[in-house]
Design a binder for this molecule. Sequence first.
Ligand SMILES: NC(=[NH2+])NCCC[C@H](N)C(=O)O
Length: 361
Amino acid sequence: MTVNSYDEWSPLREVIVGSPIGYDSHELDLSFRLFFKVFDEFTGMSRKLIKKQYVEELHEDVEGLVTALEGLSVTVHRPLTLPKRADFRTLHWQSTSTPALNVRDQAIILGNEIIETPPQVRARYFENDLLKPLFAQYFAHGANWSVMPRPVMTDHSFDLSHARAHDPEHVPGFDELALPASGMGFEMLFDAAQCLRFGRDILVNIATDHHALGAEWLVRHFGERFRFHLMRRLDNNHIDTQVLPLRPGTLFLRHPGVVDWLPEPLRRWDKIYAPEPNPADFPDYGPDDLTLTSLYIDMNVLSIDENTVIANSQAPQLIKTLETHGFTVVPVRHRRLFGGGFHCFTLDAVRADSGPEDYFS
Ligand SMILES: NC(=[NH2+])NCCC[C@H](N)C(=O)O
């Protein structure tokens, strides 16, 4: 049981699958509103309850993902379940922890090393504690394990310039920030899901100065072992509904415009474009619900190997697109949008025969 994962497509042997159990509310603080671009909704509210039905349905669907993976002879590991009392406080603020559902977001496996990334959303500050027993087991079996600097995460830690440029009316200015300065400037706030792995080459999206600090840490930490290719503002943060490599030489892209952000070698790869999402394929959410993802979330597929992907059974056009391009699609139901899809819910710890290949030459 040691980690070995250098890309997004080699044969999947071991995976961690998250869990939504205990996900009963969203904490609507500055960090949440900034990350999910929710500044002009539920204003004046500090917490938004999530309907129990939605959590139960998502739990059913994630368990369906586990069943499908085990049916494909993939070893599945699960995080600890969120304790009943998930409130916590730091020296500067308090929050309520999220469960480890989107386990792709705050840890990345590069080769035989687990890297925990610094949270961008305060409610996620201790989320990785639910993964620690698994990381400790991998460490005991020889994996390297690094944790990027834990941020203080006061209001002043965040670079709000990108958000303010898009929504000056609702995004607070520096003088309006509530929490005291942490005695430093912007902090390293960066998600693993801003990265995609291509053997020796890692694609990284940064949209703010607090992201750039995270990318700089990766570059310094890994030196010559990996080559990091920075893209600026392909998205606000995560890019696994903008671009996903399905096998060497083939990219799954949200639309042709994404190519303009890609490093030169990837522009020569074959491209499969996601179909325009059909709103009728999605659940009916009312004005009182908080939807946290775009309608492109079903692009967020999980590769089992170079020919097989797990995709949402509720996205028939997307399945047809992938099948038309020769992929075998394993359909799994995903009904509720909690900020993630099958790539988000999973952390691929072992991909057989994956290595630091040079796919960029
Ligand atoms: N690893 C993740 N959680 N990725 C999810 C990205 C979702 C993306 N922001 C969208 O709305 O389409």
